[in-house]
Design a protein around this ligand. Structure first.
Ligand SMILES: C[S@@+](CC[C@H](N)C(=O)[O-])C[C@H]1O[C@@H](n2cnc3c(N)ncnc32)[C@H](O)[C@@H]1O
Length: 207
């Protein structure tokens, strides 16, 4: 399967809302104590993370490959006058057009799952786009989730451990602050509680 623009547009078109309107819990846990500056929300989807960041005082560049998701996100942001002018919505394929180097105080990629070679290349570029002293936050589904029966991307290589991401960061340049398999409870399609695991990697770039 190809996870391209039409795949994502179709996915968003099929539902009025694909994700919850809440920010991702690991974003809230890891970014709440950071001093707000400029943030890149990678694969911003329906915008809950970008809106939360903007409410905390961040200036957010929200990038997504799906114009359907971006339109929905912008509509939701417009409901909250306090975030007006704080979020720029950008329609890009980040694998074809990575962000500029050394730019953002926070780069957050939440559940951006790509085939291994593409992910490695993109995450390198994302890490490079963090400004000196800035934070790199990667959160994704842990491979342990494949045993839970919950819906997850199933192709090999799409899921990752936090250690795999940490291993790609040069220790001379990066301080790893969090490298954790973090459990949380979700409801499955039948309403049963299931424990899932998120891979959480937070690092900051040495100044
Ligand atoms: C699993 S969703 C996560 C959305 C959001 N981060 C969240 O956690 O709710 C992945 C998002 O990445 C976007 N995406 C996938 N490939 C992309 C690419 N190459 N460039 C930019 N965005 C992409 C999709 O459109 C989708 O909105």
């Amino acid at each position: 399967m190809k996870f391209d623009e039409s795949f994502w547009d179709e996915r968003y078109r099929q539902h009025g809302s694909v994700w919850s309107r809440n920010p991702n819990p690991s974003l809230v846990a890891e970014a709440a104590s950071l001093r707000p500056g400029s943030a890149l929300d990678v694969g911003s989807g329906e915008g809950a993370d970008s809106i939360w960041l903007a409410r905390q005082g961040w200036r957010v560049t929200a990038v997504d490959i799906s114009s359907v998701a971006l339109a929905r996100a912008a509509e939701r942001a417009a409901e909250d006058a306090t975030v007006a002018g704080r979020i720029v919505w950008v329609h890009h394929d980040l694998t074809a057009m990575p962000p500029p180097a050394g730019t953002f105080d926070l780069v957050s990629a939440q559940f951006m799952h790509l085939p291994l070679a593409q992910r490695t290349e993109l995450y390198h570029r994302l890490a490079a786009s963090v400004a000196p002293g800035g934070t790199f936050l990667i959160v994704g589904h842990h491979p342990d989730d494949l045993a839970t029966g919950i819906r997850r991307p199933s192709q090999p290589g799409l899921l990752f451990t936090p250690e795999e991401i940490a291993a790609e960061l040069d220790p001379e340049e990066w301080q790893i602050d969090v490298c954790e398999a973090r459990r949380r409870s979700v409801r499955d399609a039948d309403g049963n509680s299931v424990t899932v695991t998120d891979s959480v990697l937070r690092a900051h770039r040495r100044s």
